[in-house]
Design a binder for this molecule. Structure first.
Ligand code: NJP
Length: 245
């Protein structure tokens, strides 16, 4: 209630659902991503429902863009209380295919994006001795899957980073850190897979099991940020009941 939240990757999927859930719970939400038209439409939907939201076009892989977005949200709504580091991509392929541009893009967005956003918000959180960083890792941050070696590497890194941040920021600075690790969620994430083999595998998985909805992960994030101030939900592993891998 009354908190200011920044959600990256808010133009679709888990980020959009989280922005809506936080706004419905009374937060003033900055929706960040590259596709400004989508952000504007979702922000408008939130406002029409009585919530407060603003769209922030930014690229998490670009330090200056992130800094400008954080400054803009702070000017609009005030100091940021909650950050959901959710932007990510997963263009699956075998390492042997040497799609090195995609490897670097995953590192730049999934890992460096979290670092850029964290660096941009930490000074104001530390100055106020409060804040909550929610980092969206993955089941791929605990296990390794074929075709997802680089994606898994970035998500393991986000899990490790989250735990390190939690230890350094909790007691010393009053800042909580939550790592969210979802299983399969029905979103646009799978549309980036260009490799026909892996795309086919994902399509057949959808026939075999019921994926989570983005709103299920938004609920978990809301649960973590709504915990009493002395409680840090350090890690939430949220799986579809039917996911047996
Ligand atoms: O996917 P999708 P999800 N700068 O594709 C944004 C993790 N996860 O909701 O920039 C800023 O609908 C992109 O926005 P745009 C996953 O790894 C998922 O599933 O406008 N934003 C869009 O809003 C990821 O970390 C599953 O194109 C950038 C968003 O990222 C998170 O959940 C399972 C950007 C992606 O939304 C959300 O993904 C799991 C950039 N450079 C973990 N590049 C799952 N779906 O099954 C991309 O374990 N975005």
């Amino acid at each position: 209630e009354g908190h200011v939240a920044l959600v990256t990757g808010a133009s679709s999927g888990i980020g959009a659902a989280t922005a809506k859930a936080l706004a419905a719970a009374g937060a003033r939400v900055g929706l960040a991503a590259r596709r400004r038209d989508k952000l504007a439409a979702i922000a408008q939907e939130i406002r029409a429902a009585g919530g407060e939201a603003t769209a922030i076009g930014l690229d998490v892989s670009a330090k200056d863009s992130v800094k400008a977005g954080v400054d803009s949200l702070t000017r609009t709504f005030g100091p940021i209380d909650i950050v959901v580091n959710n932007a990510g991509l997963m263009p699956a392929s075998d390492v042997a295919a040497l799609k090195t541009d995609e490897w670097h893009e995953m590192v730049d967005v999934n890992l460096k994006g979290v670092l850029h956003v964290t660096a941009a918000v930490l000074p104001q959180m530390m100055a106020r001795s409060t804040g909550h960083l929610v980092n969206v890792s993955s089941i791929a941050g605990r296990k390794v899957f074929k075709g997802l070696a680089v994606y898994c590497a970035t998500k393991h890194a986000v899990a490790a980073l989250s735990e390190g941040l939690r230890m350094e920021l909790g007691a010393a600075h009053g800042i909580r850190v939550t790592c969210i690790q979802p299983g399969a969620v029905e979103t646009e994430l799978y549309e980036r897979i260009s490799d026909p083999g892996y795309r086919g595998q994902m399509e057949s998985l959808k026939q075999e099991m019921e994926f989570l909805k983005a709103a299920d992960i938004a609920d978990a994030i809301l649960f973590a940020v709504s915990a009493p101030p002395n409680v840090d939900m350090a890690e939430l592993f949220v799986m579809p009941r039917t996911q047996a891998w």
